[in-house]
Design a protein around this ligand. Structure first.
Ligand code: NAD
Length: 437
């Protein structure tokens, strides 16, 4: 099949590369010409494990190509996927759909009579109807179908998630479009694919409901962690104790500094706003948004307390900046709020991240970056683990102890057993577990 991906970001590039790996012919279109120039020279603009090899292999096989010019790609396409950004609109938190509608207006005049537009971007319920309205306005004679096909991949594990998804949601009432989408995904499965065919608005709601539910689970365990700290309980044991219950499940029960990233913060907010527009209160999700926002900055207070009540003039070594490991994505990362709060308190921030440094440099000022955890820790008054990269999971604590000015470890991901850290002479502060403080 001929597939065109509009937007070659985390979702478009991974989806395009994976589709081509399954034998489809894919052209990724991005209006960012630098990005396209880089991709054409086999330089991958994002960090995602395995992506460089996947792209290179399929470009070499002639199944994957890149262009900034939609008019050279769209006319021959069976399906045009929209994978452009839908960020939070500045000021009011609604999803900014301007990239979606601009892309639709650009591609519709170029599409085949019976082509399919499949929206992979996360869009509020009703967006598919508006896309369809634009299609009918621009091409009243054509029978172009508009399908919702939300994407559930996770950065850091995106290729595996895309190739082996728990489910593929396809929202359309159009029988031909269903058949086309079934054909697009058929190669992913030898047996029956976990395709969930639903109406278009249902598919749009599924995506937001899934992200809001996961964000709620994280926020729930984070509040339980706060309670554990006050009563001497251990949140990791609580998470295991509840997670073994199959009705609850063990995933997304790791207490930490609050969720971040390019999806949960904007999608929870957009769900609240779009539900309100339909006269529906989303009080649970509203509370999740508020609790999570406060939590990120509150993590800096943990560091301040661990440093004896003030960080003024103190050197704080922050390990991990990206919102989670195995990505270079800094969007809404907890590290941003934590570092700014520490700087507000007068701290001198040193930082190291295996992949996120260049994106972090664009978002943070007055931070000194180091090439590894040990040089970052030299002379510091505390180490703060913000992102649980594998490189931080087995640090040489004895070596760190000799490098630090004051042996304080604030472990916002509960990577280390407190007893082991304390044995090396550190003051240890974790999340929701008995600490020294
Ligand atoms: P991104 O910002 O990484 O990429 C979007 C790309 O679209 C950019 O490269 C931009 O230049 C390009 N673009 C914008 N308008 C264009 C146009 N008219 N023509 C061609 N290219 C255009 O975004 P992303 O993280 O890949 O997210 C895309 C969508 O997928 C969002 O709605 C997001 O919520 C959703 N999503 C993201 C993830 C994730 O983990 N990142 C997971 C699931 C769903």
């Amino acid at each position: 099949m001929q597939i065109v991906m509009i937007g070659a970001g985390y979702v478009g590039l991974v989806s395009g590369a994976c589709f081509s790996d399954f034998g489809h012919n894919v052209i990724c279109v991005d209006k960012d010409e630098d990005r396209i120039a880089a991709l054409r020279q086999a330089r991958i603009p994002i960090f995602e494990p395995g992506l460089a090899d996947l792209v290179e292999r399929n470009v070499r096989a002639g199944r994957l190509s890149f262009t900034a010019d939609a008019s050279s790609a769209v006319p021959g396409a069976d399906v045009v996927f929209l994978a452009v950004g839908t960020p939070s609109r500045r000021g009011d938190g609604f999803a900014d759909l301007s990239f979606i509608y601009a892309a639709v207006r650009e591609i519709v005049p170029l599409m085949a009579e019976n082509g399919v537009i499949a929206t992979k971007s996360t869009v509020p319920v009703g967006t598919g109807d508006e896309i369809e309205r634009i299609v009918r306005e621009l091409r009243p004679e054509a029978s172009i179908a508009v399908v919702s096909n939300p994407e559930f991949l996770r950065e850091g594990a995106a290729i595996d998630d895309f190739k082996r998804p728990d489910r593929i949601v396809i929202g359309t009432d159009d029988a031909c479009a269903r058949a086309v989408m079934g054909e697009v995904y058929r190669p992913l499965y030898l047996n029956a694919a976990p395709l969930v065919f639903v109406s278009r608005p249902t598919a749009e709601v599924i995506k937001y409901a899934a992200n809001a539910f996961l964000a709620t689970k994280i926020t729930f365990i984070n509040e339980i962690a706060d309670l554990c700290e006050q009563v001497g309980a251990n949140v990791s044991d609580v998470a295991r104790g509840i997670g073994l219950d199959k009705r609850i499940g063990p995933k997304f029960l790791h207490a930490g500094p609050g969720y971040g990233g390019s999806c949960f913060p904007k999608d929870t907010l957009a769900l609240v706003k779009s539900a309100n527009d339909h006269g529906v209160a989303m009080r649970v999700v509203e509370a999740v948004v508020a609790v999570n926002d406060q939590r990120k900055r509150a993590m800096a207070r943990k560091v301040v307390t661990a440093c004896g009540g003030s960080v003024r003039g103190k050197r704080i070594a922050v390990l991990g900046l990206t919102f989670k490991p195995n990505t270079d994505d800094m969007r809404e990362a907890p590290s941003l709020s934590i570092i700014r709060a520490l700087q507000d308190g007068g701290a001198i921030v040193h930082a190291h991240d295996p992949e996120g440094e260049s994106q972090a440099r664009e978002l943070l000022s007055d931070v000194t970056y180091f090439a590894d955890a040990y040089s970052c820790a030299e002379g510091a008054d505390a180490i703060v683990i913000v992102t649980e990269w594998e490189a931080f999971r087995a640090l040489d604590l004895a070596r760190l102890r000799t490098l630090l000015h004051t042996p304080v470890l604030v472990d916002l991901r509960n990577v280390y057993p407190p007893d082991e850290v304390k044995r090396h002479g550190f003051t240890y502060v974790g999340i929701g577990r008995p600490t020294d403080m």
